[in-house]
Design a protein around this ligand. Structure first.
Ligand code: PBG
Length: 325
């Protein structure tokens, strides 16, 4: 035998010498659910994740910074009574989200604050865009709203705005609106390759934002679609001025991540979504697998597939575990 690959796996020094993939806290972003009420409220579909009031949010930010995370991705949870069919609460500069952004940036100027651009947290329809009379999700009217929302978030101090709505042309419209308002420095993290996935279930229970009619298949991508559609969406968002691309969900779409990594220059983030988190937590709670080992393996695999950074509900735990290894 001339080749014996096991020779380089004989001990930790040899394995460490040739290891190609790394995972570090600075590559992790924690998605956070916020509520107006002080305190922390458990989310049954996401064990270990809470809806956080203003004080709790600041405590989480302090912990995230202490552990070396890049920052937080914020998702507001609104009571049903504040939602309406057009999601107008999403444009209120005194709303929960902009107030939280201001508080975070005032206390922790160095924290990366990423805000979600879509109507679903605010809309009584549960859809990411405006809904027309026939129940269809309107594209161009929605894009105008989303661009307005992005400027409002930038004004509140968001470092990065992240359109997750999948309307056509929104990245270009958001870039133009930000630039016109003097926010050239605010970056766009486009949810460029976002699938119509059942893995978002726990997130939708957390926000109580499941679509009230129909589904999101007319705007989010078909999981059975091929790489050409993924490439096309990424190309369009790159051309329109996105600063980062994203693949979402992560684990069931690592092949898409790899293909896009090879084709595009922009940094690519992956969203390790709520259902992916819930599966690991449920199995770990039942003693079926070693949570710490599996989480670190999943995150490492997302990095190996080509993600520069990862949004994950495991981010705080992972950062803690990384300090121990
Ligand atoms: C919607 C949005 C969703 C998620 C992030 N932004 C859900 C959806 O598209 O219905 C899901 C994230 C997760 O499952 O963790 N704008």
């Amino acid at each position: 035998m001339t080749e014996r690959p096991r020779r380089l796996r004989r001990n930790e020094r040899l394995r460490g010498l040739i290891r190609e993939t790394s995972l570090q806290a600075r590559q992790l972003i924690l998605p956070v659910f916020m509520q107006e009420r002080e305190g922390r409220e458990a989310i049954p579909s996401l064990p270990g994740v809470t809806r956080q009031g203003p004080q709790a949010l600041l405590a989480t930010a302090r912990e995230a910074l202490g552990l070396g995370l890049a920052g937080l991705a914020l998702f507001p949870v609104l009571p049903e009574g504040q939602k309406d069919p057009e999601g107008l609460a999403g444009l209120d500069p005194e709303g929960l989200l902009p107030q939280s952004v201001r508080a975070l940036k005032r206390t922790f100027p160095e924290l990366l604050v990423i805000t979600d651009i879509a109507l679903d947290p605010y809309s009584s329809t549960g859809h990411d865009g405006l809904v027309g009379p026939g129940g269809e999700v309107l594209n161009d009217a929605s894009v105008a709203r989303l661009a307005e929302m992005a400027v409002m978030h930038a004004r509140a101090g968001a470092d990065v705005v992240a359109p997750s709505d999948m309307m056509d042309g929104r990245v270009g419209a958001i870039r133009a609106a930000l630039d016109q308002s003097g926010y050239q420095e605010v970056a766009i993290l486009s949810y460029s390759t976002k699938y119509a996935s059942s893995y978002y279930g726990p997130f939708r229970s957390a926000l109580d934002s499941a679509p009230r009619h129909g589904d999101k298949a007319s705007y989010q991508m078909d999981p059975a679609g091929g790489y050409r559609e993924a490439i096309r969406e990424s190309r369009l968002d790159s051309e329109q001025g996105a600063d980062f691309l994203m693949v979402k969900p992560a684990l069931a779409y690592l092949d898409v991540l790899r293909i896009l990594r090879e084709r595009f220059e922009l940094p690519i983030l992956a969203y390790n979504v709520s259902g992916e988190y819930a599966m690991v937590k449920a199995a770990a709670e039942r003693g079926m697998l070693d949570e710490r080992a599996v989480v670190l393996e999943n995150l490492l695999s997302i990095r190996r597939a080509g993600a520069d950074a990862i949004l994950s509900y495991h981010a705080l735990d992972a950062a803690r575990w990384l300090q121990q290894v």
